[in-house]
Write a protein that binds this ligand. Structure first.
Ligand code: CTP
Length: 431
């Protein structure tokens, strides 16, 4: 079967497209389990095999699991006519090489393109994650280490191999990480790619030529404030109250606002996310710090408060680590934190457009509408966080405004961000 559409397995919405390149090593069998895990996460997977990979797993097994044609031949006219190597290299959200042999890493580092896999890797403008697997001595060889360093410099993500017994009866570093670990790294890189929208493998010149016009800069001249992430409320020097917010949605909104030409200030709680291009970021830890920093950014034209601010903090923060003393622990007394959204709503320098988020686990729309009125926000973006939204890559939201409620379909957090920014630009333009 050859098809241009990425094959959905069950009619469900595929959120991310992975192009999996399997090169020839004994660990190639793990690629089958990786495909199964990716499909279980509703990702669409298309596979490319090198000639030597076919000595370890068959195209038939990969094809059955990916539910797609398995690509392999650079000079197959049928493959090239129906889906060329350039298209293969561009239509994925992420290219994963698992296992990546010393040989394919060396070719990548040298920019060699002598088969379909390496040609795709040279032609792509998408993020690439390589998962090396090889004999321990090959891994530690200066040539391999030089290539790994070069690839990292070039912006290739490298998942370090594991340490353990090898198929060749040696022991050491070089094992392909387990498929679950590769999956976790894939999810991490996808999120990073979503929040940065970088084309890491292209030089600046090619980036300018190839980059799509991401915006009409319709927020140019506006200052946008975004809060994102959780806050941490210390109990003592080593313990704190926190929540599951990842910061991804807020970072994606800051990135989209910057792409739309706005001046963007992002006040971020403790998260491990890269700062989006064109965004001024100020890191804070607690709710009170977040409020203080937010107030210093005023006046702003638009404030989008996405942070999952902790509602409570410890009333008596201990200066030293609280020790067990054989008795029941002292009760943890809590004190309410300031509400940043409500404070901005009553502020003398109230932003022209004040937008809050409402994280709800039940009666989402009722709670969101009540929150809008109670806090004095213009708009509330309501989301149901009863599933795995916090930390996940997608979000299904409802926009609650004075005019009513808009239901948006489930989409990636960066798509939600882009749509919200577009909606704001329309509102500013009176549309
Ligand atoms: N918010 C804030 N300051 C707080 C708490 C929340 O600015 N101390 C903002 C959030 O950034 C978000 C909105 O208020 O934009 C709603 O946050 P949410 O956690 O859903 O609501 P809560 O105020 O915590 O209400 P509840 O816990 O009753 O759902």
């Amino acid at each position: 079967m050859v098809c241009n559409e990425w094959s959905p397995s069950s009619g469900r919405t595929m959120t991310q497209r992975i192009l999996l390149i399997v090169s020839g090593g004994i660990a190639a069998y793990k690629s089958l389990e990786l495909v199964r895990l990716l499909k279980a996460k509703d990702m669409a997977v298309r596979a490319v095999m090198t000639e030597s990979a076919k000595e370890f797993v068959t195209p038939m097994s990969l094809g059955v699991l990916t539910e797609d044609h398995v690509y392999g031949d650079m000079f197959d006219l049928k493959e090239e006519r129906e889906i060329g190597h350039i298209q293969l290299s561009r239509e994925a959200d992420l290219i994963v090489i698992a296992p990546a042999t010393a040989n394919i890493l060396a070719k990548m580092a040298g920019g060699i393109a002598d088969d379909l896999a390496t040609t795709i890797l040279l032609a792509t403008d998408k993020p690439v994650l390589a998962c090396p697997a090889m004999n321990v001595r090959m891994w530690h060889h200066k040539a391999t280490q030089r290539n790994i360093l070069k690839l990292k410099e070039d912006g290739i993500h490298i998942l370090e191999p594991g340490v353990g017994a090898m198929a060749c009866n040696e022991w050491g570093k070089g094992r392909l990480p387990e498929p679950a670990e590769i999956l976790a790294e894939i999810e991490r890189v996808l999120v990073e790619a979503q929040t940065t929208d970088e084309h890491p493998l292209l030089t600046d010149t090619t980036r300018t030529i190839n980059a799509p016009d991401l915006s009409e800069h319709n927020l140019f001249g506006h200052h946008v404030l975004v809060t994102a992430g959780p806050t941490h409320e210390p109990i003592d020097p080593v313990r704190y109250i926190a929540n599951r917010s990842s910061g991804k949605q807020g970072f994606a909104i800051a990135a989209a606002a910057a792409r739309a030409g706005a001046k963007v200030t992002l006040v971020a709680g403790p998260v491990m996310l890269p700062t989006p291009a064109g965004v001024t970021r100020i890191d804070v830890e607690t709710a009170r710090e977040m409020l203080a920093v937010v107030e210093t950014t005023l006046p702003v034209d638009i404030a989008i408060l996405v942070a999952a601010v902790a509602d409570w903090r410890a009333a008596d923060e201990a200066v030293q680590k609280i020790k067990k003393d054989g008795h029941a622990p002292a009760p943890l007394r809590l004190e309410e934190n300031p509400d940043i959204l409500a404070t901005l709503a009553r502020h003398g320098q109230r932003p022209g457009l004040l937008i809050g988020f409402a994280a709800e686990t039940e009666a989402v729309l009722d709670h969101a509408a009540a929150k809008r009125a109670r806090k004095g926000a213009d708009w509330i973006v309501a989301n149901d966080v009863s599933g795995d939204v916090m930390g996940g890559a997608t979000n299904e939201v409802h926009l609650v405004t004075a005019a009513g409620i808009e239901d948006w379909p489930e989409m990636t957090k960066s798509a939600v961000a882009a749509r919200l920014i577009e909606r704001i630009a329309d509102a500013l333009a009176g549309r």
